[in-house]
Design a protein around this ligand. Structure first.
Ligand code: BV8
Ligand code: ZN
Length: 261
């Protein structure tokens, strides 16, 4: 069945969003899926078809095989550089024209929200274009695009100029804490919002997955956008089952129409 036709915008929703003072947009890998970037749980191809991302996205995996993990991230960095923001990213950026304050809180490590014009964007799990030394945390500037072989083979990580340690991706791995201050700032925005979108996330990784529930607990209007049901469906009243690139432009237009009335 084509899931895009299964969603319908509840008639009461545009009015609630049109009068919102502050919107938080919480996103996961699904918002970048239509830009051609693999999600965590779809069947990836190539190097990591044999590995579960949750097995690779850990400090232990990096220490055990730095070239395998660095090669996986270089392949992902290249797919991000080749990708373009999709209609979902653009519609999310345009909500800032309709609602006084819009804050994006993303679990994604790509920069597609920024390239679509959103700001501020809080990256709960870091950014792939920001690398640092695994030993001394000295920031590392990628000298250029990944090598063409990224994605087909293991690539040895560069060495830190200061201590000779391995350079690692600037992302938060499983078992690692979120960047200082980012979680506190994210919670402050969630406590302050009157509407929250949860878009393209399976809502299984913590503490990030708490965010829609915290918003719900405060009485905010919470809208989930996902072609598939998730752990959140039973708790939310607005589940729009469709692709983000289709649902978000439709939602934006419905709110715009309402504001014109
Ligand atoms: C922490 C960055 C504590 C890296 C990511 C046992 C042992 C150890 C830890 C734990 C444990 N049990 C629980 C934990 C905590 C752990 C956790 O939650 N584990 C899970 C697996 C149970 N969490 C952590 O470790 C976190 N840190 O807890 O620290 C601590 C405290 C003090 C001191 C020390 C430590 C850190 C977690 C961060 C991990 N890093 N990413 C990288 O990118 O490689 S997580 C990664 O997966 C994402 O960032 C995201 O957060 C998460 C889930 O992915 P999603 O974004 O939701 O994507 P997914 O593929 O799952 O789903 C996509 C969805 O999109 C689907 O629903 C699909 O239907 C939908 N979709 C598809 N197409 C579309 C679409 N939607 C819309 N439109 C479309 N077109
Ligand atoms: Zn170093």
């Amino acid at each position: 069945m084509n899931q895009d036709t299964s969603f319908s915008i509840p008639p009461t929703l545009p009015a609630k969003l049109a009068s919102a003072r502050k919107l938080v947009v919480f996103t996961g890998a699904g918002v970048s899926a239509e830009s051609g970037i693999s999600t965590f749980r779809d069947k990836n191809t190539g190097l990591w078809a044999r590995f579960d991302p949750q097995q690779l996205a850990t400090p232990e995996a990096f220490e055990a095989n730095p070239s395998l993990v660095w090669g996986w991230y270089e392949a992902r960095r290249r797919s991000i550089m080749e990708a373009q923001p999709n209609p979902a990213h653009r519609a999310i950026a345009e909500f800032a024209e309709l609602i006084p304050e819009v804050v994006v809180i993303t679990q994604n490590v790509d920069d597609l929200h920024e390239r679509a014009g959103s700001g501020p964007v809080l990256h709960l799990h870091g950014r792939l274009d920001q690398a640092r030394c695994f030993q001394c945390s000295r920031p590392y500037q990628h000298p250029g695009p990944p090598s063409p072989e990224a994605g087909t083979t293991e690539i040895a990580p560069p060495a830190c100029d200061a201590c000779g340690g391995y350079i690692r991706p600037g992302v938060v791995w499983f078992g690692e804490s979120l960047p200082d201050g980012i979680w506190t700032e994210a919670i402050r925005h969630v406590q302050d919002c009157d509407a929250l979108f949860s878009i393209g996330t399976s809502a299984v990784v913590y503490p990030a997955a708490q965010i829609p529930i915290l918003a719900l607990g405060r009485g905010a209007t919470v809208v989930q956008v996902n072609p598939e049901p998730t752990e959140l469906d039973d708790r939310l009243s607005h589940n729009l089952h469709g692709k983000a690139g289709v649902v978000l432009p439709a939602l934006l237009e419905a709110v715009r129409q309402h504001q014109r009335q």
